[in-house]
Design a protein around this ligand. Sequence first.
Ligand code: FMN
Length: 303
Amino acid sequence: MIDLSVKIGGLKFANPILTASGTFGSGEEFSHFFDLNHLGGIVSKAVTPEPRIGNPSPRIAETPCGMLNSIGLTNAGVKQFVKEKLPFLQSLETKVIVNVAGKTIDDFSTVIKNIEDAGGVDGYEINISCPNVKEGGMAFGVDPIITGKITGQTRNATDKCLIVKLSPNVTSISDIAIAAENEGADGLSVINTLVGMAVDVNTKRPKLATVKGGLSGPAIKPVAIAKVFEVVNAVKIPVIGVGGIMELNDVLEFLITGATAIQVGTANFVSPQISEQLVFDLKNYCQKNSIQTMADIIGSLKI
Ligand SMILES: Cc1cc2nc3c(=O)[nH]c(=O)nc-3n(C[C@H](O)[C@H](O)[C@H](O)COP(=O)(O)O)c2cc1C
């Protein structure tokens, strides 16, 4: 029997394949493609205290080997989330992580408290790394002191699994990672999107209305691998690798580098069943290579 399970804090995931925030709706949108319970976990779209309409269009542009987005944390606010999205998520056996965002430090714990009252989720991913908002987002995630404050405050708001999502757009990702670990994070998601920009040569206008946006997809995978490598060598808590995962070898690359789990993002737009396929592919790989547990692969990098 192959055991694909992994643990982050006290939370056990049946396998290391999760979906990345903002690329998988609130799960329900993908439920007619496959049985979501095959996944290790689902990470919801960002939830903020109040509704947000997000940024003006165009807010998506295709780029070589990836895409730019400037969605700007569009969501209906935590009250609507609890009413409309949570009941479906509560019906799932797979682990449910809610991605939390805010304009102020207090916003993060406000969202968590509202969801804790309703119950039924397994953990939270604190998004201090969104490059597409003027207030909060990446502005928080580039500062170790603010990162520590938000982590400490959200830690006090929940006993559930607390994951902090880090930005690659920083001088030293290790300093931010250590700040989150010191204030009680159970795990770290590495990475959110890289700041990017593209120009339409015919109109001479930027392809995004916000001018700059967040780059994701295979183009960012080597950056994500390097950031995972840096962070796993700086902290003791588990790291979730995110960035450009399209196929099994990408999953293996992150696990070998030391990630305990991974998230599938942009690939969901190309192939909505890809995350389930990766669970099957990982199981087959383990069978063929006589791998019994994920500990046999995680961090097996040879330098
Ligand atoms: C359209 C879109 C929306 C996103 N929305 C969020 C979000 O709400 N919260 C968040 O933490 N990350 C968000 N992300 C970042 C992804 O979760 C992920 O970190 C990033 O895209 C890198 O992974 P990938 O290359 O596999 O897409 C979004 C990414 C995309 C492409």
